[in-house]
Write a new protein. Structure first.
Lengths: 115, 114
């Protein structure tokens, strides 16, 4: 059973546009929500992450918005560039000893930025 | 370069064979993981080791056996390979209890079972 639901499955955005990817979770024990970026033929790489004590975190053109009551979080990519074309995964985990580091991944969103 | 490395990058084998994938990290981390990424790109954790001790063991067939000779290495041995084992296998590492949980992934091993 997938613990983190991610949408959309894919999206196409023009250069300079905004890409928005949404994720939802059920387990209220989750306390860390990272986003990973994966290019074809490469391993995922951490892009940005948030904890539930803040509602927004921004790093450059990438922003996470977090809604604890709705159990949803989203990634916004501002001023999208062709180099942002990749698959993006949201994930969640809980800081408990027997599951430490156990990332539950969403299904991924393939983002294509057209020139 | 500091990184997580895996060998081999590609592995093509026949059903019923036994194969191993090796992983090494030189980031000084004490926790290592194996993930499986299926054909739909879904990523699922299989195992994790902290200081050579198994701490996460997901519902994975007994044919999969991880081994950690030291905290910088985590190998995955697969017995009696099946068609459904075809996937990309990623090794990752992190520092246990670290404030950011960040996991560093290797480049992956694409396993094809024919």
């Amino acid at each position: 059973q997938q613990q983190v639901k991610q949408s959309p499955q894919s999206l196409i955005v023009q250069k300079g546009g905004i890409s928005i990817i949404n994720c939802a979770y059920e387990n209220t024990a989750f306390d860390y929500f990272p986003w990973y970026q994966q290019f074809p033929g490469k391993g995922p790489a951490l892009l940005i992450a948030i904890r539930p004590d803040v509602s927004e975190k921004k790093e450059g053109r990438f922003t996470i918005s977090f809604n604890k009551s709705a159990k949803q979080f989203s990634l916004h990519i501002m001023d999208s560039q062709p180099g942002d074309s990749a698959t993006y995964f949201c994930a969640a985990t809980a800081e408990v000893t027997d599951s430490w580091g156990k990332l539950q991944f969403g299904a991924g969103t393939q983002v294509v930025v057209t020139p | 370069d500091t990184a997580v490395s895996q060998t081999p990058k590609y592995l093509v084998t026949q059903m019923g064979n036994d194969k191993s994938i090796k992983c090494e990290q030189n980031l000084g981390h004490d926790t290592m993981y194996w993930y499986k990424q299926d054909s739909k790109k879904f990523l699922k954790i299989m195992f994790s080791y902290n200081n050579k001790e198994l701490i996460i063991n997901e519902t994975v067939p007994n044919r999969f056996s991880p081994k950690s000779p030291d905290k910088a290495h985590l190998n995955l041995h697969i017995n009696s390979l099946e068609l459904g084992d075809s996937a990309v296998y990623f090794c990752a590492s992190s520092q246990y209890g670290g404030p950011n949980y960040e996991q560093y992934f290797g480049p992956g091993t694409r396993l094809t079972v024919t």
